[in-house]
Design a protein around this ligand. Sequence first.
Ligand SMILES: [Zn+2]
Length: 296
Amino acid sequence: MMRRTLLSRRAARGVGILFFLAVFVGLQLRAEEPTPSKAIYNTFSDEEEMATGRKAAEETEKQMPILDAPLLTRSLNDVGQKVAQASRRPRLQYSFKIVNTDSVNAFSLPGGYVYVHRGILDFVLNESELAGVLAHEVGHVVAYHSMNDVARRALVDRGIYEGKKAGLLSDQQVTDMMERYGGPILLFVDRKFNREEESEADMFGFYNAIRAGYDPQGLIATLGRLSKFTGNPTLVEGLLMNHPLPRERVQALREELKQNPPPTGLEKDSLAFRAAKLGMKSLPPAPPPLPKKPTQ
Ligand SMILES: [Zn+2]
């Protein structure tokens, strides 16, 4: 009798463990948006991140040709702000600008400064595709990818660390920090993200696009076409260099879509986007890309 009770207790515990495992595994497999996780050593406030981004943006715009096309930039901003306001970090002051080169590339600086190369505006076929690209870039900001990197460097840099202990970073400290780390191009623009960071930015981008009212197929379709791109490889080099694109990224997003189907009726395209595409045709051709400065 005693033995039977013991056995059934064991069996009950076994069932309990199995149940726990089923729930745990189920939770792991459930499709859901990750939570933005700031690295423990990243003690920069949003204001400090925005100040760093502002300085990096000033320097970047001195070195890269920014397209002077107010209507086009405004329509890019309309899509970008929709995505940014629906993101997990809506308090940052986002800005979206166009770099006047034909290569297919996009990058973001800390604090919400997003740049798309003109070539990507040619590459995307509808508004949801553009929204997907922007949502992915905003995803890198939401996930603190670049700022965590700055914080990691600052941790071993006494000057910055002491400055931070004294309170909010001053403009001069932000300038010094940027100079010490080789400037924004080296620090942020040409930075190669790793596979985990790309997947995280994809997931933030996927859910972000949906919350902003865009069909997430836009992001999936753009990445899918990029992964099979057979045209001039130098045109996509930038994007693939800074955001390596293994096929699994597209596969992971398709899986997410299957497990968590978005509501119907999401926006795919708009008249404004069509008009912007037409407007691009009347622009003078982009200047040839600037020769890359050798890195130190
Ligand atoms: Zn990326």
